[in-house]
Write a protein that binds this ligand. Structure first.
Ligand code: NAD
Length: 263
């Protein structure tokens, strides 16, 4: 299948490691140029170098803290200055602290909503005019299976992702007329540092080992294992492509069958 991504320009947020990094690599493999951002200069630079050397596309690393709107503006402006267009936005960042409702402080909530809701809103606000000017765009928000089946001990994530899902659904209806498609994609358990952190927190809370937490999680997943970042990225790359031309306003889980609900 020809995905039609050659020459497209994507901003991939939170791309120094984990899912964001795999998505940036997946888009580059299909011929897209990528602007990648995260807070750490070293891992961003090495990811950009790897992408350029492996796939012969341009990869622009921009150090940015997504909680800071001036940094988000720098990411968007830097991408436009370099490539003169933005076709695709991969809205992604780190996840909030794994805590229960009663453990979560006001500061925790502000951080979570700042990173997992407002940063996405700001990025979308800034890229939309560029997509509208070309009557083509793809926005993919990385959320969590918690949108469909809230996860114990991750209350801030459950709430912030639900807010983004609501905003995205509304936006999808507003911008479809401009050829801009907006979708959400929800990881279940994909093997990254974030999942290691969440499993360690669950182990502490339950007073068991991380291995026991993993065994229990895998029992809940019909495929019996955690997913690999590349398996997740393949679905995101498809949604960002020309081939996803009649898909908008959807929320797709990539979870090995974990979520039990019908919708
Ligand atoms: P990760 O922690 O491995 O990677 C997060 C990326 O975001 C990194 O590149 C990190 O540097 C960057 N980042 C974090 N805070 C940032 C900030 N303030 N500014 C700029 N960049 C920042 O996480 P992941 O596993 O790749 O997950 C990505 C998203 O998907 C997270 O929001 C996570 O909570 C969510 N999620 C992941 C899973 C999973 O199975 N991996 C499951 C559910 C939800």
């Amino acid at each position: 299948m020809e995905l039609g991504l050659t020459g497209r320009v994507a901003i991939v947020a939170g791309a120094s490691k984990g899912l964001g990094r795999s998505i940036a690599i997946g888009l580059a493999r299909e011929g897209a140029n990528v602007a990648i951002c995260a807070r750490s200069q070293d891992s961003l630079t090495s990811t950009a170098k790897f992408i350029q050397e492996t796939y012969s596309v341009a990869a622009l690393p921009i150090v940015a803290d997504l909680r800071n709107h001036a940094d988000i503006d720098r990411v968007v402006d830097g991408t436009v200055n370099r490539f003169n267009r933005i076709d695709i936005l991969l809205n992604n960042a780190g996840g909030p602290a794994p805590k229960t409702f009663e453990e979560s402080t006001g500061e925790d909530w502000e951080k979570a909503i700042g990173l997992n809701f407002f940063s996405g809103v700001r990025l979308i606000q800034r890229v939309l005019p560029h997509m509208k000017s070309r009557s083509w765009g793809r926005i993919v928000n990385i959320l969590s299976s918690g949108v469909k089946q809230p996860i114990d001990g991750l209350v801030q994530s459950n709430a912030a992702r639900a807010a983004m899902a609501g905003a995205a659904k509304t936006l999808a209806r507003e911008v479809a007329v401009h050829g801009i498609l907006v979708n959400n994609i929800c990881p279940g358990r994909i093997q990254t540092e974030r999942v290691n952190e969440v499993d360690a927190a669950t182990a502490r809370r339950k007073g068991v080992t991380v291995e026991e937490v993993r065994r229990e999680s895998c029992r809940e997943i019909p495929m019996g294992r955690y997913g690999q970042p590349e398996e997740f990225a393949n679905a995101v790359v498809f949604l960002a492509s020309e081939c996803a031309s009649y898909i908008t306003g959807s929320t797709l889980q990539i979870d090995g069958g974990f979520i039990r609900s019908l919708w």
